[in-house]
Ligand binder design. Structure first.
Ligand code: SF4
Length: 221
């Protein structure tokens, strides 16, 4: 893909979603980490509903360890995989207290060592909480990047991230991450991408293919 085409894609999604931002509610890096951990296989909307109460009750790592795990499970039970997530949260809080005095570390390599914190979560935290440019590849970023040809269909999540980092100028990494998420969440959706009104149809092989393939119609018989 040419640099001109990449620029066209970045400028177009910037025009469509100039104010794209992290939609997980949080007021500090620790809360953001908990919110991202909870968001695996769950919508941001549901996480925000749960954290509205959760963050009132638990302010510090010590607070999460002061209750039995069953109580924490109950507090996040509306979220998928809540038992595992409760376990990860308490392990994460224990490690934060043991190694970092209860303060979330800022470095990516330290963050990925925390229980329940993978590469994607660490990228979200360093970019949103500490101002370090990063591209976190979630399901939307992966799908959109592959559809638009910014990555190849068989690429792993890590390969998608590496390709995006090569193609997108570093100062634009974090904002591009947010814009790709908004683009995937509200326009190029998994099931019903809006190809017919997409300003990127001219550069999108996937979209052109979809526009050529007539939708299956229900038989009247
Ligand atoms: Fe997504 Fe369709 Fe636009 Fe391609 S043309 S980016 S598949 S909405």
């Amino acid at each position: 893909m040419t640099a001109k085409k990449v620029r066209h894609i970045l400028d177009t999604i910037a025009t469509m979603f100039p104010d794209a931002h992290c939609e997980l509610h949080h007021s500090n890096p620790f809360e953001l980490t908990i919110a991202v951990l909870l968001s695996a296989q769950c919508t941001d909307e549901t996480v925000n509903k749960v954290t509205a109460d959760l963050f009132q009750k638990y302010k510090t790592p010590a607070d999460y360890l002061a209750v039995p795990i069953e109580e924490l499970e109950q507090d996040i039970r509306r979220i998928g995989l809540y038992r595992n997530k409760a376990k990860h949260i308490q392990s994460l809080c224990r490690l934060l207290l043991e190694r970092y005095d209860g303060i979330l570390p800022e470095k990516h390599e330290q963050l990925v060592e925390l229980p329940g914190v993978g590469r994607k979560t660490a990228n979200v935290v360093v970019s949103n909480a500490f101002g370090v440019p990063a591209i976190a590849v979630d399901t939307h970023v992966e799908r959109v990047s592959k559809r638009l040809g910014l990555a190849d269909p068989d690429d792993t999540v890590l390969q998608v991230e590496q390709k995006l980092m090569k193609k997108v100028p570093k100062p634009e990494w974090t904002q591009t991450h947010h814009r790709l998420i908004f683009f995937g969440r509200y326009h190029c959706k998994a099931q019903n991408p809006q190809c017919g009104i997409c300003p990127l149809l001219d550069v999108c092989g996937e979209g052109k293919g979809r526009m050529k393939t007539p939708k299956k119609r229900k038989s009247k018989e």
